[in-house]
Design a protein around this ligand. Structure first.
Ligand code: ATP
Length: 410
């Protein structure tokens, strides 16, 4: 950026060894020794030039990692903003210094510039949403969901608890996930509509799905008949395939459960709340924090539970458990605590039973592949869709599906 160059030139001209601005000069040159000398002379690490640019801004945009660490250790303000409203993290991002970004983020660094540009285009005026006497649709780990009217249409308003949203890092992560969600469009992905501006709480709108969650449906109806279960499985797999094939990077849901799958009036299922599970509901003295462990225990892939590195196939594992529940009418090992179930799956390789009375042979095969203990052996959603389409065709064509005694279609 041009202003950085002219900035450096101006600074170089006016620097002499006695000037406190030598701290800025040394930081912009990566001269760690010089920075130490200046700080030891008593120059404040928060010193800024007339553009309000600090030593941390300069070291961050020039990519001097050691100087960045040193300045942070000596009390530099990680979120000081310059005349253009940029923080050191904004600079490190613009110049592609990923390592420095990580360090700044670890110290609570935020990037208001990026957030602003992400927010633009999907902000909804508070006055456009009538939340008075809005009926409550449900409550989850992050907050409540209300049925509201926006531009004459019924939509769902998700409010995020202030105990979560008041933590700047968590809020930033949330907004980042929402910015990503905003770009997605697929018939099996719940449509994100926007973030409500000037609300006293962090609130966002999504399309409203009249029939509620798959969790509610299974509680009401119990076991689904095989053609319905296969049609639902296809809906979920198509939505998930869209997420996994997202460019430039796949989107991992991390918390695919019957509660995060909703049904519309036409009885099609749509996946919701992906990525939000990164913000785990674990409270410490500072509020909610993020940990490596994400998602609900009952549907958690063993590698996630063991806190190993993981990839997109964690969602395939969860998908298998959701499909299993649709045929069975609810989760297996209901009496056991979810964490205990996850523990047994991770360390004893335990999986739910696949009775031949309930599960047609091709479904049994598919589920075994999908919850395979080796993540690399699990099929992709693209492969799952192909298999489910064949199963569906055979059902519609009246071909016997194998040893599912209750559901052979003749
Ligand atoms: N877009 C929507 N349309 C209709 N109902 C919804 C919508 N979003 C959520 N709900 C209802 O509100 C309930 C709470 O949703 P929320 O996403 O906050 O939590 P959850 O998914 O049930 O649980 P968790 O937060 O642990 O994932 C859901 O179970 C569902 O019944």
């Amino acid at each position: 950026m041009e202003y950085h160059k002219s900035q450096l030139l101006k600074q170089t001209r006016r620097i002499d060894s006695e000037s406190p601005y030598r701290l800025l000069h040394c930081s912009s040159k990566g001269d760690k020794k010089g920075v130490v000398q200046e700080l030891e002379k008593g120059v404040e690490p928060t010193l800024a030039d007339y553009d309000k640019r600090t030593a941390l801004h300069l070291a961050s945009c020039e990519g001097y990692i050691e100087v960045v660490v040193l300045l942070l250790e000596r009390g530099a303000d990680v979120n000081s903003t310059d005349r253009w409203g940029r923080t050191p993290l904004s600079d490190a991002r613009s110049f592609g210094h990923a390592d420095i970004c990580k360090i700044l983020e670890k110290h609570g660094g935020i990037d208001p510039v990026a957030l602003d540009s992400q927010m633009r285009g999907y902000e909804i005026e508070y006055t456009e949403v009538d939340m008075t006497e809005a009926p409550l649709l449900g409550e989850g780990a992050y907050g409540e969901v209300y049925l509201v009217k926006w531009r004459g249409t019924e939509v769902a308003a998700k409010t995020i608890r202030s105990s979560i949203a008041s933590n700047e890092t968590v809020k930033k992560t949330f907004l980042k996930e929402l910015a990503l969600w905003q770009k997605l469009r697929h018939p099996n992905i719940v449509q994100f509509l926007g973030v409500v501006k000037h609300s006293d709480r962090l609130t966002f709108l999504t399309e409203y799905l009249q029939n509620g969650s798959l969790y509610d449906i299974l509680r009401k109806k119990g076991r689904l008949d095989p053609p319905t279960a296969v049609a639902y499985a296809l809906d979920i797999a198509r939505g998930m395939n869209y997420l996994h094939q997202h460019k430039p990077h796949p989107i991992i849901h991390r918390d695919l459960t019957p509660r995060n799958i909703l049904q519309n009036e036409a009885r099609h299922l749509k996946v919701t709340d992906f990525g939000l599970s990164k913000i785990v509901q674990e409270k410490n003295a500072l509020g909610y924090k993020m940990t490596g462990e994400t998602g609900s225990y009952r549907y958690m892939a063993p590698e996630v539970y063991r806190r190993e590195t993981y990839g997109i196939s964690v969602d395939v594992f969860s998908f298998a458990l959701v499909v299993h529940e649709m045929f069975q009418g609810g989760p297996s090992s209901r009496e056991e605590a979810p964490e205990e179930v996850a523990d047994k799956r991770a360390y004893e390789d335990l999986r739910p039973p696949l009775s031949s009375f309930v599960y047609p042979e091709p479904i049994r095969r598919l589920l075994r592949d999908c919850w395979h203990k080796n993540p690399d052996c699990r099929p992709t959603f693209e492969e799952i869709i192909l298999q489910l389409e064949i199963i569906q065709e055979n059902m519609q064509g009246g071909k016997p599906l194998g040893s599912c005694y209750e559901c052979v279609i003749l």
